[in-house]
Design a protein around this ligand. Structure first.
Ligand SMILES: [Zn+2]
Length: 152
């Protein structure tokens, strides 16, 4: 699948839980656990880290109707507490859990498509002429070849 095709079907791929590169392999190895790699194209899923993103979006979307139901039941019927355990809590679970997986799939597909990853510093290339090699702090002076001969 070409990147433009992936962009146009990112929602479909994510909702179906398919590999973001080929669109064929399975993304999940359980309900929410990721497979180590695509079983069709071999894409390594180690890049995928949606963290709390799916839970955040599910809470933000389903929080309003679940809270509205709980408030309505409370104000309309003034029930004992166990009624909320029997009505509001199952509604909360049924509203939130089934959509966690599609949200996770969409976020991972989006992460793959946009190459989203943890920020890093770009490697310094002294040949580019835009830096002073003597100011490159990544080189450890003790490990430089010139310093090893006199230290023995
Ligand atoms: Zn794949």
């Amino acid at each position: 699948m070409q990147p433009s095709a992936a962009a146009s079907s990112i929602l479909k791929i994510g909702v179906l839980g398919r590999c973001p590169r080929c669109g064929e392999g399975r993304l999940f190895d359980g309900f929410l656990r990721l497979a180590p790699r695509c079983n069709a194209c071999g894409l390594d899923y180690s890049f995928a880290d949606p963290a709390d993103g799916p839970a955040f979006f599910v809470m933000m979307i389903m929080g309003v109707p679940v809270t509205a139901l709980g408030v309505y039941v409370e104000l309309a019927y003034d029930p004992p507490f166990w009624v909320h355990l029997a009505v509001t809590l199952p509604f909360l679970l049924l509203a939130c859990i089934p959509i966690l997986r599609p949200f996770k799939g969409v976020l991972i597909a989006s992460q793959y498509l946009h190459k989203a990853e943890e920020g890093r510093f770009a490697p310094v290339d002294p040949r580019a002429g835009n830096c002073d090699p003597s100011q490159d702090t990544r080189r450890a002076p003790a490990l430089a070849p010139d310093n090893h001969e006199g230290s023995m």
